[in-house]
Ligand binder design. Structure first.
Ligand SMILES: *Cc1c(COP(=O)(O)O)cnc(C)c1O
Length: 478
């Protein structure tokens, strides 16, 4: 019986998905919960056999449900990501490191691509690349047939460097500069999303100067919907800095319909991130429909991810049912639908690996690791809750304060997280760190930004190396 990191309760059924290529069988909760797992699954390390001592606690089994589907635990209690022991990864790349289960990203991409195509064939999944903007991720998702959202010249440059098809690029930003618009037009980006009347003026002029052809555009609409999520990542309410409220959006649409340089393909809305209910998505589709008939409706991203035991985000399939169900009622049958998942595409495929530097006893001991807000800003920015485990003794233990190495009391990775007998030198793994950690990593306290390591079928490769101290000095001209 293999011990796979999933339970039906933890993850939506994959029965509808043809493309979920996560390795290893999915074990029913009852079986995964039995205390006597023994045999190995195709040579992969698994849960210990009877009599070998308790390697994975019951709490550990629940915890593993938060790790990528390819995660397992070796007989000696060591966590394996994509079939690779974390001890081997720590030795090869050092810590902190951001590990990515490549199969998990592909599986999620296929669920999105197949799921959307099955429900609305004239459609495209466009990865909101700010969630994980490195060329290996662009390349992998391009192979799976996705297009890309890029916000600004940097993400545009990365996408092109990865070989992304310019036609599949959707260029966003509430403050796109002249230079950035020019880059996008010159690169022949498929769609540019207009966020203001200034944007329209500027782009009309640039298209005239640069290309002589017409440029496809969408109008970003603020539908005045306030999903239940952190204020910092709610983007579709009145008063948000993004897009145009419905009356202004109508005005922009009318103006663009008269433009001979900008080709108005349609409208766009993105109401926020880490959204745990489907209602607001349906209301956004209805709001877009109210603006009239277009060739393209870009429905944005924002589906929540499961960071903690209590999180119950809608499944990809449930989310798509809602979007396309609503679209079927209110959008023209021949329209093209775009969706822009970011977080939910990559969050659950990522695991941050740290080494414990210090354990300071107290009511709830401080367990301080060699990373923190330099490589994971989600806690400080949005109060995101993460779970964690000692990576060689998975699950269980006393509640600890898992903190970083930075000079702020707010530099906490997880407050009150159970860790089993943590000691200096231990590896600690934090799951669900695939989204917005790499992108927001920084050099606070002179931290060198961590490497990104892809793991798959027992093999591993760095796709981004760790920064060096020389890198820190390179831009510093004295
Ligand atoms: C950030 C963003 C997304 C992706 O949001 P997620 O919550 O990561 O899915 C999609 N579209 C736009 C325009 C965005 O800014």
């Amino acid at each position: 019986m293999s011990f796979a990191a999933t339970t039906p309760a933890a993850r939506p059924s994959t029965a509808r998905s043809t493309g979920n290529a996560a390795p290893g069988p999915r074990v029913p909760a009852a079986a995964a919960g039995s205390a006597t797992g023994t045999a190995t699954d195709s040579g992969r390390a698994t849960r210990s056999g009877a009599g070998a001592g308790q390697r994975v606690t019951a709490a550990g089994e629940e915890l593993l449900g938060l790790f990528p589907p390819g995660t397992s635990v070796a007989d000696d209690g060591t966590l394996l990501i994509g079939g690779v022991p974390v001890t081997e990864l720590a030795e090869a790349y050092g810590t902190p490191a951001l590990l990515v289960d490549e199969n998990a990203v592909r599986a999620r991409a296929r669920r999105y691509v197949d799921g959307l195509a099955a429900r609305w064939p004239n459609s495209r999944v466009t990865f909101a690349s700010k969630a994980f903007p490195c060329t290996a991720v662009y390349r992998l998702l391009a192979e799976e047939g996705l297009g890309f959202d890029v916000a600004g010249g940097g993400e545009l440059t990365l996408a092109l460097a990865a070989g992304a098809d310019p036609e599949g690029l959707v260029v966003h930003g509430n403050a796109k500069t002249e230079e950035e618009l020019r880059l996008a037009v010159e690169a022949r980006a498929g769609l540019i999303v207009l966020d203001s009347f200034d944007d329209i003026d500027r782009l009309e002029r640039i298209v005239g100067e640069v290309s002589g052809r017409t440029q496809g555009v969408l109008v970003r609409v603020t539908p005045d919907i306030r999903p239940d999520t952190h204020e910092a990542v709610s983007t579709g309410q009145a008063g948000a800095k993004f897009g145009l409220l419905l009356p202004q959006a109508r005005e922009a649409v009318a103006r663009l319909r008269g433009s001979d340089r900008l080709r108005l393909d349609g409208v766009h809305a993105h109401i926020g991130s880490q959204i745990m209910e489907t209602g607001p998505f349906a209301r956004a589709v209805e709001a877009l429909a109210g603006l009239g008939e277009f060739a393209v409706y870009d429905l944005g991203g924002g589906l929540g991810s499961r960071y903690t035991y209590r999180d119950r985000p809608p499944s990809v399939e449930h989310y798509l049912d809602t979007l396309v169900g609503t679209a079927g009622m209110v959008l023209p049958a021949g329209a093209r639908i775009l969706i822009e998942p970011g977080r939910s595409m990559v969050a659950e495929a990522g695991v941050s690996l740290y080494r414990v530097v210090t354990v300071k006893p107290g009511g709830q001991p401080f367990v301080a690791v060699d990373g923190g807000m330099g490589d994971n800003l989600e806690v400080s920015l949005y109060g995101q809750r993460f779970e964690a485990t000692v990576a060689t003794r998975v699950g269980g233990g006393e509640r600890c304060r898992l903190v970083g190495r930075h000079c702020e009391s707010g530099d906490v990775l997880s407050a009150g997280v159970p860790l089993r007998d943590p000691r200096p030198g231990d590896l600690v793994a934090v799951p669900v760190t695939g989204a917005y950690t790499y992108a927001l990593s920084n050099n606070y306290n002179g931290a060198r930004r961590p490497p990104v390591v892809f793991c798959r079928d027992g093999e591993h490769r760095a796709v981004v190396r760790r920064e060096s101290y020389q890198d820190l000095l390179r831009r510093d001209l004295g």
